[in-house]
Design a protein around this ligand. Structure first.
Ligand SMILES: NC(=O)c1ccc[n+]([C@@H]2O[C@H](COP(=O)([O-])OP(=O)(O)OC[C@H]3O[C@@H](n4cnc5c(N)ncnc54)[C@H](O)[C@@H]3O)[C@@H](O)[C@H]2O)c1
Length: 457
């Protein structure tokens, strides 16, 4: 069969896999191939046990895989045979050398650029799908310009999906952003990518911009989202001291139509692979341009997040008589948010680590993230167990801490949980999803975020 477009994606991760599956699903006339250096991951994409959990992903993969969506490991052939190449490799925070702990580590991205340079024999449109520091496309162009016989157009098409709702976001995006160079071939390349999305995204939601605005917009969108969370979390600390209720405050604030009510839930802190690394990347960029005041402002968002993790542990310690030694503590949820098994930068990693330092015994429960939790805590000294069933996990515990807002936790049999716990029984609701008054009536000592504690002492 002759396809209208042959599309390659390098990087079969949380973004590459679902976003390409959606393109294949919505554009049956396009052939989409996804490649990765991680052969295990590719094998998982080709199996019934996909490498990541996202609601609705199984169905989209079932409808497309082997028809117009293919997962493979032959990167060289992929580059040769396709003329549209999305690059969706990881861009973590650098952990060595200049910029360690702040700057984006572009080694995976640069390796990909060099592979594209090496194997290309015909013109290509190369699209940055990952989140990158502004002006990274220029470096991509400079690398690719070393091939004097093949023409490359570099575009930026950052992904705005949110894990846990990735398929819904991809199918019905708030916007699709395509950054391009204002040249004849740049405009043609832009239009080619617009055509792909126009299969299902309304024209008015397909935004085109300068390539630099596009790169920067993604970083800024994540920074703003994280800032909302840190803002409400900062106020939650004040509520706890001032006997105010953060839910009531957030409701009032969110009813202002200039602000809106999204992202105003106080919690143990944000996690995920993106928010922290993208803000640190933004901070690093600002410092690079000598904008120290701007950098300090955004760095505060990350500091407040760490402070919120610290506060959670400090509250647990002080509530439980300043010692956790030998106490069994059940963590309900380990994923960084509900409806994903992803635990990257999850607050649960920090909380579990601190509890173990305090010589507590930690029992971890999560419907989708136990495998990742095991990998995250591997080698950490202390007593850790992993129990899928939350009722069983809480058995014999001194405290339960809710760290992920999984819906199933709202409807647990808390009377049964209480009956089977050591007394006094404590519950720390790090997501404010439980019925605190009811828990108190059952007999728990209840510690929400940003609200007065309900205790029997
Ligand atoms: N996870 C999210 O929610 C999200 C959302 C929007 C944007 N992003 C951005 O998208 C990008 C990818 O993120 P992710 O979460 O999908 O990362 P990921 O770690 O899940 O996936 C990246 C994949 O790229 C592969 N890879 C690395 N180097 C390669 C190479 N040279 N050739 C082939 N494959 C290679 C890795 O093996 C890995 O499977 C990042 O820049 C991230 O910031 C992520």
């Amino acid at each position: 069969m002759k396809y209208e477009k042959n599309i390659l994606c390098i990087g079969a991760g949380y973004v590459g896999g679902p976003s390409m599956a959606m393109i294949a699903y919505k554009c049956p006339t396009c052939k989409v191939t996804v490649v990765d250096i991680n052969h295990q991951r590719i094998a998982a994409w080709n199996s019934d046990d996909l490498p990541l959990y996202e609601p609705g992903l199984d169905a989209v993969i079932a409808a497309t895989r082997g028809k117009n969506l293919f997962f493979g490991a032959d990167i060289e052939a992929g580059i040769r045979e396709n003329d549209i190449i999305f690059v969706s490799v990881n861009t973590p925070t650098k952990v060595f050398g200049v910029g360690a702990g702040m700057a984006a580590d572009l080694q995976y991205w640069e390796k990909t650029a060099r592979q594209i340079l090496q194997y290309s024999q015909s013109p290509k449109i190369v699209i940055e799908k990952g989140t990158l520091p502004v002006k990274t496309a220029l470096a991509m162009e400079r690398i690719l310009s070393n091939n004097k016989t093949v023409h490359f157009d570099v575009l930026s098409n950052p992904e705005f999906l949110s894990e846990g709702t990735a398929l819904r976001d991809l199918e019905n995006p708030d916007r699709v952003l395509i950054g391009y160079r204002d040249t004849e071939s740049g405009i043609m390349a832009r239009d080619t990518i617009v055509e792909i999305y126009a299969h299902w995204v309304p024209q008015e939601r397909i935004i085109t911009s300068s390539i630099w605005s596009s790169e920067l917009s993604k970083l800024v969108a994540n920074a703003f989202l994280a800032q909302r969370i840190s803002s409400i979390n900062a106020i939650s600390a004040l509520c706890e001291r001032a006997d105010a209720d953060i839910t009531e405050v957030a409701t009032v604030v969110g009813m202002d139509s200039r602000l809106g009510n999204k992202f105003l839930n106080a919690s143990v802190g944000f996690g995920g692979s993106c928010f922290k690394k993208d803000i640190l990347s933004l901070v690093y960029l600002c410092r690079h341009y000598g904008l120290n005041e701007v950098a300090d402002y955004w760095e505060g968002v990350v500091k407040i997040n760490q402070y919120q993790n610290d506060r959670f542990i400090a509250n647990m310690l002080s509530a439980m008589f300043n010692t956790l030694t030998g106490k069994r503590i059940c963590l309900l949820g380990f994923a960084f948010k509900a409806n994903t098994g992803d635990t990257r930068e999850s607050p649960a990693i920090v909380i579990a680590g601190r509890l173990l330092e305090e010589q507590a015994e930690v029992v971890i429960s999560d419907p989708k993230a136990l495998k990742n939790a095991g990998a995250d805590l591997e080698g950490i000294a202390g007593k850790i167990s992993y129990v899928l069933d939350p009722h069983e996990a809480a058995q014999g515990c001194h405290a339960v801490a809710v760290l992920t807002e999984w819906d199933i936790y709202r409807d647990l049999d808390f009377q049964k949980i209480y009956d089977n716990m050591a007394k006094p029984a404590f519950i720390f609701d790090g997501r404010n999803i439980l019925d605190h008054k009811r828990l108190f009536e059952i007999g728990f000592n209840v510690y929400p975020i940003g609200k007065p504690a309900l205790t029997h002492f």
